[in-house]
Design a protein around this ligand. Structure first.
Ligand code: F6P
Length: 548
């Protein structure tokens, strides 16, 4: 059964939210705290090792009730049961959206066209486990009988960002294998990686759901060529494995059938790290840790499926985002992890969030007349405090931010951890409260300045505050908590797509550029090919050809 097609702006809740917005739009968070003393307690969710505080948002109890009414009116519950139940909710591509099945226990039942896919999933998981163990333990060796030392993941988009982010995030749990990621078709990327590699001890994992992606195939071909300059042809089977749905194309590339780790069309690229696309994760941190990552995600799936909306982390974070995006007209959202391990987290989320919800046609096929997908960006704190926080604090734009922090550090340096977390708490407090002119003047009074100078400086030092933040405080960064965190964002994306009445699981928007690049490539490589271009593009191509 198809997803319902309810235009959110026609719902009763939306109209009520519009009217309610006018009453709250200019209210300061400080007032909201004064009016509602139990706010911090009531607007927080304690679940497992997660503590989510959303009290520093420009909402009242009424806002929350109306946002939940909106979720009910667009029938989020019905959509959730279609999502988890394997209905074809990726209607434009005719596919189920079942990455959640990948982290189910073996005894679950998930039907795709009448077949329970759990046995196939576990068959592949066992293959990943055996292979990863054998590579890590040195039971499988390279063509000169040396154990592997390096792994290179060759893929792009969802076939790169997920594994790359997770391997980086779980560096603390890493084994002796060095892991590298080659994604960009920029030849300098692949050459920079291979210049450090020993072909005798390197394993290449080619990851491409379609096995037709230009970047991945170009990099794979270049690497194979480089490899063959150092090794005999029959050594390829010992050093190259692939993850794909396109078994025929993988075989045509020259990879042995037993070196193929299958995946399925019902797993979208940007949600695929839980499948064999996560092979590099298993190799880098061991299968047990990979499986624990999946367990964490499964726990978040269960929380999302079963918890009431007012205590449901993905639902609340998604609705808050709708509130700012559609009522306050906020353009972007920041995600600020206070952990250097999550250095690639925002980059990873950019694909998940913007490829999914960057749509302007609704599920009826009509142009939307309201805002959809948010722009997402971020960097770890405290580095980001010294980079772009100025704009969040004192700029003209409203940028709701999600702060993610961990109570315990992994290496156990308490002094550093306390310093890190003091910044984590200080920033959300400062963003909320700001600094009044009176406070600024009081501070300036203590300095040896003339009154004129004090008054001149004061306006520049005032912070209006009233900047909304969510604080996600997790006990510790572990494979399990990371799995929960990633799944939380996956479900947030889903909820927003349902509310906005768009299809979140296709990505036709990346096709046009690809098509044009293919035709321009022919022009770059053959002077006899001349395509029609606008004046600007024609000039740029001419200039490039004259200089290369
Ligand atoms: O960027 C578009 C996209 O289709 C992504 O959704 C996908 O993750 C990526 O390209 C890579 O595709 P493939 O795994 O088929 O090489």
């Amino acid at each position: 059964m198809a997803l319902k097609t309810i235009n959110p702006t026609t719902t009763k809740a939306w109209h009520k939210l519009n009217a309610h917005f006018k009453t709250i739009e200019h209210k300061h968070l400080k007032e909201l705290f004064a009016e509602h003393t139990n706010r911090a307690h009531e607007m927080s969710i304690s679940w497992d090792d997660f503590f989510v505080d959303y009290s520093k948002h420009r909402i009242s109890k009424e806002t929350l009730d109306l946002l939940i009414e909106l979720a009910n009116e667009v029938d989020l519950k019905d959509a959730m049961s279609k999502y988890f139940g394997g209905e074809v909710i990726n209607q434009t591509e005719g596919r189920e959206v079942l990455h959640t099945a990948l982290r189910n226990p073996e005894n679950a039942e998930v039907l795709v066209e009448g077949n329970n896919v759990m046995s196939e999933i576990f068959e592949v998981k066992h293959k990943i486990k055996d292979f990863a163990n054998d590579i890590i333990n040195g039971n499988i060796k390279g063509h000169t009988n040396k154990p592997f030392t390096d792994i290179v993941n060759i893929g792009i988009g969802g076939s790169d960002l997920g594994p790359a982010m997770v391997v980086d995030a779980l560096s603390f749990y890493k084994n002796h294998l060095k892991t590298h990621f080659v994604s960009n078709v920029d030849g300098d990327h692949v050459n920079e990686v291979i210049k450090h590699l020993n072909p005798e001890t390197t394993l290449f994992v080619i990851v491409s759901k379609t096995f037709t992606t230009q970047e991945t195939l170009s990099n794979a071909n270049t690497i194979r060529q480089w490899f063959l300059n150092h090794a005999p042809k029959d050594a390829v089977s010992k050093h190259f494995v692939a993850v794909s749905t396109n078994i025929e194309k993988v075989k045509a590339f020259g990879i042995d059938e037993h070196n193929i780790f299958p995946m399925w069309n019902w797993v979208g690229g940007r949600f695929s790290l839980w499948s064999a696309v996560g092979l590099s994760i298993s190799l880098a941190v061991g299968f047990e840790n990979f499986d624990t990552l999946l367990l964490g995600a499964h726990k978040m799936d269960t929380h999302f499926k079963t918890e009431d909306f007012d205590k449901n982390i993905p639902v609340i974070t998604a609705l808050l985002s709708v509130w700012y995006n559609n009522f306050f007209n906020a353009e972007s959202e920041a995600v600020i992890p206070y952990s250097q391990y999550l250095n690639q987290f925002a980059t990873y989320l950019q694909q998940g969030i913007m490829e999914s919800n960057g749509k302007s046609v609704d599920r009826n096929g009509d142009a939307v007349d309201y805002q959809t997908g948010t722009i997402i960006w971020g960097e770890p704190g405290t580095n980001s405090q010294h980079a772009f926080f100025q704009l969040i604090h004192q700029g003209t734009k409203l940028i709701p931010a999600e702060f993610i922090g961990f109570s315990k550090s992994l290496h156990g340096n308490q002094d550093h951890q306390d310093k890190l977390m003091s910044n984590f708490f200080a920033q959300t407090e400062a963003l909320m409260n700001g600094k009044s002119k009176e406070a600024v003047l009081e501070e300036l009074n203590a300095q040896d300045l003339s009154e004129e100078k004090r008054n001149e400086l004061a306006p520049f030092k005032v912070f209006k505050g009233n900047k909304p933040t969510t604080t996600i405080l997790v006990d510790k960064l572990t494979p399990e908590s990371l799995g929960k965190l990633i799944a939380m964002y996956e479900h947030k994306i889903f909820v927003q797509g349902i509310v906005w009445n768009i299809f979140s699981y296709d990505q036709f928007g990346v096709e046009l550029g690809k098509q044009l690049a293919n035709s321009i490539l022919k022009e770059l490589q053959d002077d006899n090919v001349i395509n029609n271009h606008d004046g600007s593009t024609k000039n740029l191509i001419k200039h490039y050809k004259s200089l290369r």
